[in-house]
Ligand binder design. Structure first.
Ligand SMILES: [Zn+2]
Length: 229
């Protein structure tokens, strides 16, 4: 019986795709790209706050008049709540990135709900407001991850362009990869923190940011935040 086997494989393929591809809609709605063909780009930062990189990134965004979205890790927010408070008071958007930074695609609904609730609570305590967005660690989801995020009022976000700045490839490389990869409507993933080391170094990303912003503006790009609906 070839047919059922083929159907089974296709189904398994869809499930794998849904779990592993950050923008796959198999496991619920996710925004992986801005709904525009205009030269608009959204900057997003994951895994913070970080005591060194986040304040520097906020300085740059403030000086250059750009608003961005920060997908905050609950465990880091508890350590540096004042940085989360500064982030929101300077007009940036907040997203929930969970509490423990575990890959969620193989976790039970109970685990996922607890991780997201702990993350949300830590952000609320630090920022005085709720995150409106959610991004799964590494983009890995299961059928219930986005449903749980949605039930907490958080829209699931993917990304259009990742430049692997978390590997610390050098400031030049981070700038070049971003400039080469951005298209109209891109959601760019950068990292102001390290999901596995609260004190990890993200200063290359911080140093690359002014050149990324100025370079994209020279090409006619405008910086926007994420749509909540
Ligand atoms: Zn992360």
């Amino acid at each position: 019986m070839i047919l059922p086997a083929a159907v089974g494989l296709t189904l398994a393929g869809s499930v794998v795709h849904g779990a592993f591809h950050r923008n796959s809609k198999v496991f619920g709605p996710v925004l992986g790209h801005l709904p525009t063909d205009e030269r608009e780009v959204a900057l997003t930062f994951d895994d913070g706050p970080n005591p060194d990189a986040t304040p520097r990134i906020l300085d740059t965004l403030g000086e250059l008049g750009v608003r961005a979205t920060f997908f905050i890790l609950g465990s880091h927010a508890e350590r540096w709540p004042e940085i989360v408070h500064r982030t929101v008071s300077e007009g940036h958007q907040l997203g929930n990135h969970g509490y423990f930074h575990r890959k969620l695609h193989l976790k039970s609904p109970f685990y996922v709900k607890r991780d997201l609730e702990l993350g949300k609570r830590a952000i609320e305590r630090a920022a005085g407001r709720s995150p409106r967005f959610f991004r799964a660690p590494h983009g890995f989801r299961s059928p219930w991850v986005s449903v749980i995020a949605g039930s907490m009022g958080e829209r699931t976000i993917g990304w259009s362009l990742g430049v692997w700045d978390s590997d610390q490839p050098g400031v030049e490389t981070i700038v070049d990869r971003t400039m080469e990869g951005v298209r109209p409507g891109s959601i760019v993933l950068l990292h102001d923190g390290d999901g596995y080391n609260a004190d990890g170094n993200r200063m290359q990303t911080a140093a690359a940011l002014p050149r990324i912003i100025n370079g994209l503006r020279d090409r006619g790009y405008e910086f926007v935040t994420l749509p909540s609906q």
